[in-house]
Design a binder for this molecule. Structure first.
Ligand code: B3K
Ligand code: ZN
Length: 850
């Protein structure tokens, strides 16, 4: 386990390593409790560096022997690594170390999952495998020999010699150690082939545990689509003879882009219609694309240091969003991304964990794989593309790949290619990387003699360590509509650079209705005191699908706020608007399903807090229920037709068209269940022949409080399928009534199949509990204590997942003094735990300091 010494690393202190690595040879003699790793590394003095301190990172390693140019040496060893007097000329360093993969529960470095060896090295896991300059700017070619009594032995690059009990691999592309990977186990291949546009024949394999072979076909097709798309859209071709993907059950995140050997959490790759929902399929397609796209944006061009993480992650998220938009529906993808951004990134940016897209310091880099670095990082690129235009974006990307292939780069390098390709000065734009916090954008309008003026003011609230903010460049997409619903000014991009700035539109015959921030053209909170009538008008007429959806979302939000703060009834005008839209056949069913989904309870709590009202979780829950009930009553006469029109008769396909229909069908079923007590849902559950319908019927029954039989039957059917059971655990906690959430979560942790060391299962129970807003925020504080108990238990085994799961506590400043005190007391209790990991120590101290 790491020690908790809080050393802070700063971006400003960056120095290149004193040596370059010419090449690396590794031999692994696998054994669960005592794996030997032999390394032979050729170093040479780095002409770009002055400091020749030869320090190699290494943690939890037993050094057997170290040599320089064949002579045994005695390095100084600490908990962080090894130091030697090294020659000021090229030399070869050799080491033999011993590690114990079977006791590695942190799932970082070389570890075991169900008898299979696998690795996770990003960000700093390679140092748990052997001594090495474990930093992304040290790039080298790797040759690997694996010795072990297992049928499948994999590493990066192209295969070399192999025989009974051994296999060799060579990766010709220089890479940082974080992209190293090794897998060994009894695995089955689902094979495929891909011919690149220049004619390279690539052997593809999806490796799974015996029994999972039937869940591979979709992932393989997604991989081929991703490979083709990157050629067509970005001109990027694959560069090895093989591409392997391995599914593993115990994994701290979704997946990892190791060169030529992607390792996936099985939940992010295995799929079948019987066991996976439409949402699972879409997510899998996106993650496969994301990891594949990293081959260029991340692997061929990597990060100079971990502060530059958004260089690869923001860009790769942006690319995978483009891919999904192309494969499916662009507006639906955009709305989904914004829902996600507002639900995960905005609370981060507006709470104690706020940090810039490019942070300036950290204690544990794993704590910065955040929604801000990833999703806001992608929004920043989307803005850049909007500002420079599509052609200039392509030109800049071509230049980026030409200029920086094989390098470890910075955000400065990235922005420079845009400056060079477009002639633009991006000095002010760069603030998006440096300033934390979500800008708030307010608008005033004026109309006089045919001229319509929009005056915007931007203000970014203070965030930890950043009291004052400068104005940012905001691309604001605006369209204007006539009161009769016609669009008089089509989407126009306004470029705001000042704190307050006006834009005029001439020659209008009457005062228009503005549609502002179309497509969510900048990641800001739009503060605009528009009337309910105007929102209802945009809900009916806006030509921009995002803003049309957002108008409905705002109506729902205002209804809920008025219900909570004034005891108002659910807004009838909003519900009428929905009734008008929901059966509009010309609209994509997926879009209509999104229209029907309202804001979450957490979102309402956040908005109330922003308006100076202390949120009461129970009152919010009651308001959401009342609004749901009112929707169900008003839409009741439409539901039968709606379900009939969205029933899929064709064989199951996880494509956009069928998924959209099932989403709308499920939304209709959820409303129907509010009225019939579960009759229709029970029938749907009994007849379902795919997991999407089966799970939505079960969720409706859980919400109706009549779930015992269905939950038992489901568990009996799927007891042997761990991924399906994860859904069973999560759904029944997240969807149940708040008063049941804690007892249910507690009971589930007592089951024999609850295993805290499996991150998927831990998230399915403990993570889902924190998603039950009113259940987690129970007035007695027992929800907070439950989360803290489990975080403390997990920290001793898996610091990375523990630290991530501290995030539900970031909302503490929103609530009343009593809840605040109770949350802070639990954070303090975690902080006081003897031997707490560096990961969790950093998280709780940032949370408490906020
Ligand atoms: N690059 C990995 C994430 C690694 C997380 C390390 N804590 C997956 C991805 O973003 O594609
Ligand atoms: Zn990534």
């Amino acid at each position: 386990m790491k020690d908790a010494a809080p050393t802070t690393i700063y971006l400003k202190d960056y120095k290149p390593f004193g040596y370059v690595v010419e090449d690396v040879h590794l031999t692994f003699r696998l054994s669960p409790g005592a794996t030997r790793v032999l390394s032979r590394i050729r170093f040479a003095p780095n002409p770009e560096a002055s400091d020749r301190d030869f320090f190699l990172n290494g943690e939890d390693l037993t050094l057997i022997e170290a040599k320089i140019d064949g002579a045994v040496v005695a390095p100084a060893i600490s908990a962080e690594g090894l130091r030697l007097e090294a020659p000021d000329r090229p030399f070869t360093f050799e080491a033999e170390v011993e590690i114990a993969p079977d006791s590695n529960t942190a799932l970082e470095g070389l570890y075991m999952s169900n008898g299979m060896y696998c690795t996770q090295c990003e960000a700093e896991g390679f140092r748990k495998i052997t001594y090495y300059p474990d930093r992304p700017d040290v790039m080298a070619t790797f040759t690997v020999r694996i010795e072990g009594d297992l049928p499948v032995l994999l590493s990066n690059g192209n295969p070399g010699d192999s025989g009974a009990g051994f296999a060799e691999w060579h990766d010709p592309w220089p890479k940082p150690a974080y992209l190293f990977a090794l897998v060994a186990g009894d695995l089955r291949a689902h094979p495929g082939r891909f011919t690149t546009r220049s004619g390279r024949d690539v052997e593809l394999n999806l490796w799974v545990r015996p029994g999972d072979e039937g869940k591979c076909a979709f992932g393989m097709e997604a991989l081929k689509k991703s490979m083709r798309w990157d050629e067509e859209v970005y001109g990027r071709e694959y560069d090895l003879d093989v591409f392997n993907i391995v599914a593993v059950d115990d994994f701290n995140m979704g997946a990892m882009e190791n060169k030529g050997l992607n390792i996936f959490n099985s939940t992010a790759v295995l799929a079948s219609p019987e066991t996976s929902t439409d949402a699972n399929f879409e997510r899998i397609e996106a993650i496969i694309a994301h990891e594949y796209f990293h081959n260029w944006t991340g692997n061929r061009i990597t990060c100079r240091d971990w502060f530059q993480l958004c260089l690869k992650e923001g860009l790769t998220v942006f690319r995978d969003s483009q891919f999904t938009a192309d494969m499916r529906s662009a507006p639906v993808k955009r709305i989904g991304d914004v829902i996600d951004l507002r639900a995960r990134q905005f609370p981060e940016d507006q709470g104690p964990l706020a940090h810039p897209v490019r942070p300036e310091s950290f204690q544990e880099i794993n704590n910065f794989y955040t929604a801000t670095v990833y999703e806001k990082g992608a929004e920043v690129i989307a803005m850049l593309k909007r500002l420079v235009g599509d052609d200039a974006y392509s030109k800049a990307l071509d230049l980026y790949f030409d200029r920086h292939d094989g390098q470890a780069c910075t955000i400065e390098d990235w922005l420079k290619v845009f400056e060079d390709a477009t002639g633009r000065d991006l000095t002010q734009f760069k603030r998006w990387y440096a300033q934390a916090g979500t800008p708030r954008l307010s608008v005033e309008e004026a109309f006089e003699a045919g001229t319509y003026t929009l005056t915007f003011t931007q203000r970014t609230p203070p965030t930890p360590g950043q009291p004052d903010k400068a104005p940012q460049v905001l691309p604001i997409a605006v369209g204007l509509l006539n009161p009769n619903g016609d669009e008089v000014v089509p989407t126009t991009l306004l470029e705001m650079t000042e704190e307050t700035q006006s834009f005029t539109f001439e020659g209008l015959s009457e005062k228009p209705v503005p549609s502002i921030l179309r497509g969510f053209s900048a990641p800001v909170v739009l503060e605009r005191a528009s009337t309910p009538a105007e929102r209802a008008f945009l809900l009916a007429h806006d030509t921009d699908p995002f803003n049309r959806w957002d108008a409905g979302r705002q109506l729902a939000r205002e209804s809920l706020i008025a219900q909570v703060t004034e005891g108002a009834a659910p807004d009838a005008a909003y519900i009428e608007g929905l009734a008008a839209i929901v059966s509009e056949e010309a609209l994509d069913p997926a879009f209509r399903a999104l229209m029907l989904s309202g804001p979450t309870e957490a979102e309402i709590a956040q908005v109330l807090h922003e308006r100076g009202v202390t949120p009461d979780p129970d009152a919010i829950h009651a308001a959401v229920e009342a609004l749901g009930q009112a929707k169900a009553k008003r839409l009741a006469p439409l539901l039968a037709d709606l379900k009939a029109a969205t029933t899929v008769d064709a064989p199951y396909a996880p494509d956009a068209e069928q998924s959209g229909k099932r989403a709308l069908w499920s939304a209709a079923l959820a409303l129907e269940t509010r009225l019939d007590g579960g009759t229709a849902a029970r029938a749907a559950f009994a007849e379902a022949d795919n997991m999407t319908i089966e799970l939505s019927a079960l969720t409706a029954l859980v919400r109706a409080g009549d779930d015992a039989d269905a939950l038992a039957r489901f568990a009996e059917t799927w007891a042997q399928d761990r991924l399906v059971m994860d859904k069973w655990f999560a759904m029944q906690i997240a969807a149940t009534a708040p008063e049941n959430a804690l007892p249910r979560a507690k009971a589930l942790t007592e089951r024999a199949d609850f295993d805290l060391t499996n991150p998927n299962r831990f998230r399915a129970v403990i993570g889902a509990f924190a998603m039950n807003h009113a259940g987690f925020h129970r007035a007695d504080g027992a929800g907070y204590a439950f989360l803290a108990d489990w975080l403390i238990a997990l920290d001793a085994k898996n610091p990375q997942t523990t630290a991530r799961m501290c995030a539900p506590f970031q909302s503490w400043p929103r609530y009343d003094a009593d809840r605040q005190a109770k949350m802070k007391a639990q954070l303090q209790r975690i902080a006081d735990t003897p031997g707490l990991s560096r990961d969790t120590t950093e998280m709780v101290s940032r949370l408490l300091a906020g």
